[in-house]
Design a protein around this ligand. Structure first.
Ligand code: PGA
Length: 259
């Protein structure tokens, strides 16, 4: 099962995950990280920024989960720009080594296969950061996504477009389609770290961790993976049936095991 770590707040989650990422970079300066956008991973990037002094990040490689299709690449909310602004520049990564699915319409028919090839050529993702949508999506794999899916174009649900409207002037400007790593792609990463904060995520987290494994809740795909860390605050953990057990397990975890 997933290891569930209940932390007091998002900053503590960021610190925990950032420590793990720094260890990975130190052990392998060319490590391949799976990056996520949205509000949830920001505390991780913030904590990383505070920990990278003296760490050589010049060869770190990264793959983002998803991108909007047809969005102007210069748009501040294209995920290419979000990743540049929130990850690449603040952490001092090499932009040439950080990849985002290509949402350009001209090449969209083969963009998914191209991305899969690039991930495979890099040797796969070592640690994949994940958020979860209120509808249970991971990446932009909306309910109904195949657990075997690869990077491909999906149609966003109205719920997701509504949730993401806060980044745009109006919901009408939120693109209708996205290109996202598939659930199959995500499951090939060697360590999944799913973060969630706040009451609004509690139901999706409970479903993903403890509910039935079902395409109706794509986040439940994590139950098929041998190494998953779910790092949540108290509010996001509030619907977990076995929360006391997760706390007990974490408190008694041998220090050498790390996250
Ligand atoms: P959020 O989005 O981090 O902005 O809440 C999570 C997601 O949609 O995967």
């Amino acid at each position: 099962m997933a290891e569930v770590v209940i932390v007091p707040d998002a900053a503590s989650a960021g610190a925990l995950v950032a420590d793990e990422i720094v260890s990975l970079i130190t052990a392998d300066p060319e490590v391949v990280l799976g990056l996520a956008t949205g509000s949830t991973p920001l505390p991780v990037y913030q904590a990383l920024r505070e920990r990278l002094a003296g760490v050589d990040v010049s060869r770190v490689r990264g793959f983002a989960l998803d991108e909007y299709v047809g969005i102007d690449p210069g748009h501040p909310e294209s995920y290419r720009n979000v990743i540049r602004r929130e990850v690449v520049e603040p952490l001092g990564l090499d932009p040439e080594r950080i990849h985002v699915p290509n949402g350009a319409l001209a090449t969209i028919e083969h963009a998914g296969a191209d991305y899969e090839r690039a991930i495979a050529a890099a040797g796969g993702v070592e640690l994949q950061i994940l958020g979860i949508g209120t509808d249970g999506h991971i990446g932009f794999n909306e309910p109904g996504s195949s657990f075997a899916s690869a990077t491909r174009v999906k149609t966003l649900t109205e719920q997701t477009r509504h949730d993401n409207a806060r980044f745009f002037d109006s919901i009408d400007q939120v693109p209708m389609h996205c290109i996202t790593q598939g659930l199959g792609t995500i499951l090939r990463a060697r360590h999944l770290v799913l973060l969630a904060f706040g009451e609004g995520k509690a139901e999706a987290v409970a479903g993903a961790v403890e509910g039935p494994v079902t395409a109706s809740l794509p986040g439940s795909a994590i139950q098929l993976h041998p190494r998953v860390s779910v790092v949540v605050d108290e509010a996001a953990a509030s619907r977990l049936r076995f929360a006391d057990y997760y706390r007990y397990t974490w408190e008694n975890k041998p220090a050498w095991q790390g996250l």
